[in-house]
Design a protein around this ligand. Structure first.
Ligand code: URA
Length: 277
């Protein structure tokens, strides 16, 4: 392989792995900056403020911890302070517009630093059907709306197959509001800091049925370690709301045969929504 072909192969490999954006000219040592952030957060930990009850202008003022923190006990404390802070901010929001403003102002999730947009939800808040996916990808990050890339187009066709349309009667969100670098899976600290906001979004939108797309939202919201292939197709409960875990549309793009299972799940959702099951 000559050198140019070899570089081409490396670029193709990066693209296949989801590394499709050059963010800066100079490499950043994320381990070092995470370590620094964790140390700063630990120092401020004693003074993590609780959100005011009436104003949405309340960015969480603590920095996020990173994987290289030396003192693991302190890191755990910082993490739970971040989650508690997120929870009190979310609880203070009484409507979706206020909650969205609070999420945009929130600085407690390290993913925000690498994202172009905060991606919260699309469709009709208050619709009887709500769907929750994993995290924004490159298209969603660029446009600031969930599920607008290839997986989103498939999701729209799946919804149409059960007579639904996000512009009319479906509400779509993700379990994470910022794109993880190179589309990696969100880690447990990232999902834990976003979860209070996602839970509040569900509480305020009050769907009749909740559909979880893929293993990440299922693990996070249902608190289970069961894989999505076992979980899918079986009704679950989240605070009194029936929940159908099903396969993620991105998985269906890779495994078209699995669409059969997904179709069964959608039919069950349609029956539940129309009160015929
Ligand atoms: N995959 C997701 O889980 N969410 C999106 O918004 C896009 C792709």
């Amino acid at each position: 392989m000559d050198q140019i072909t070899e570089y081409g192969a490396i670029l193709e490999w990066y693209l296949a792995a989801g590394v499709d954006e050059a963010i800066g000219d100079v490499a950043v040592d994320r381990f070092e900056s995470s370590r620094r952030l964790a140390e700063q957060a630990a120092a401020k930990n004693a003074q993590v403020p609780v959100a005011p009850t009436s104003s949405p202008a309340f960015a969480a003022p603590v920095a996020a911890p990173g994987p290289g923190a030396r003192d693991q006990e302190k890191e755990r404390e910082v993490n739970s302070a971040l989650v508690e802070n997120a929870r009190s901010i979310a609880a203070a929001c009484d409507d979706i517009a206020t909650l969205e403003a609070a999420i945009r102002a929130f600085e407690g999730c390290p993913l925000k630093a690498g994202a172009t947009n905060t991606v919260i939800a699309d469709g009709v808040a208050g619709a009887d059907l709500m769907l929750i996916g994993e995290a924004p990808g490159a298209d969603e990050d660029r446009l600031g709306r969930p599920f607008v890339g290839r997986a989103g187009q498939l999701l729209d066709r799946m919804l149409a197959a059960i007579g639904r349309d996000r512009a009319r009667d479906a509400y779509i969100a993700n379990i994470i509001f910022w794109r993880p670098p190179a589309n990696r899976k969100p880690d447990p600290v990232e999902t834990a800091t976003c979860l209070p906001f996602v839970e509040r979004l569900i509480e305020l939108s009050k769907p009749k049925v909740l559909v979880l797309l893929g293993g990440t939202p299922a693990t996070s919201l249902l608190g289970t370690n069961q894989g999505i292939t076992r979980l899918r197709g079986h009704w679950q409960d989240w605070n009194g709301i029936p929940v159908m875990p099903t396969l993620h549309p991105a998985y269906l793009l890779r495994q078209p045969l699995a669409k059969r299972d997904s179709w069964r799940d959608l039919l069950a959702v349609r029956r539940r929504l129309s009160g015929t099951d």
